[in-house]
Design a protein around this ligand. Structure first.
Ligand SMILES: [Zn+2]
Length: 214
């Protein structure tokens, strides 16, 4: 039996707070791409896409903070049919720069094409991308889980041996602990977690770090 090709996942680090932008394709030679959190440096992102000959069909946002959305409008201008999706609970944040902490480096607002909720399943690149609501870092933070490949895009909810801050608008520390517990105990231990900042980790490692029992 021929094994299915794994997702091709590339990345680049963008912007003032070193946000991970992931470029995901069906396989190495795939042309369609899904971008997770194009956070800044749109020229660099567009140059990388062009070099790969890749066309982004979708932008998936883990949450609405400025450092995860700053390149959205430029990518959308270059690829008008690219669909931008984010949790519906982030609507006030992406439509109001005062809430998304844009004050750090300008004013950034976006107009997404689709509003997601917990349990939604997106069919992209021949896979299921499952939307898991993980409020806490912001009210509408979500993770995207691709079970076929055992990969979780965790945004600013789970970091390597850490987790996202909760002191910005709509952040709640009680909620992020609940979200961390739910997600880290529900996913297979070998799940590869790709965070919004810093290096990758696994569900088993973070479960141990946080002391969550199965
Ligand atoms: Zn954030």
């Amino acid at each position: 039996m021929k094994m299915a090709e794994p997702l091709w996942i590339g990345g680049l680090v963008a912007g003032p707070v070193q946000t991970n932008c992931y470029i995901v394709k069906h396989d190495e030679n795939g042309k369609e791409a899904v971008l997770i959190d194009p956070g800044d440096d749109s020229e660099h992102i567009l140059a990388v896409l062009e070099k790969m000959g890749a066309v982004p069909t979708d932008i998936l946002l883990t949450h609405g903070h400025f450092d995860h959305i700053m390149a959205v409008n430029e990518v959308k201008a270059a690829f008008p049919s690219c669909k931008v999706s984010i949790s519906e609970a982030e609507r006030p944040m992406v439509e109001n720069a005062d809430l998304n902490s844009s004050f750090f480096s300008g004013t950034y607002e976006i107009s997404p094409d689709a509003w997601l909720k917990d349990g939604d399943v997106l069919h992209l690149l021949g896979r299921e991308f499952r939307v898991i609501a993980t409020p806490g870092h912001t009210a509408g933070s979500v993770c995207y889980y691709v079970p076929e490949d055992g990969v979780l895009f965790s945004g600013d909810t789970v970091f390597f041996e850490s987790y996202g801050r909760t002191d910005l608008p709509t952040g709640r520390s009680d909620q992020i602990f609940e979200s961390l517990k739910n997600i880290l105990t529900a996913l297979p231990g070998e799940t590869v977690i790709l965070p919004g900042h810093g290096p990758q980790t696994t569900a088993a490692h973070e479960r141990m770090i946080e002391g969550f029992e199965l």
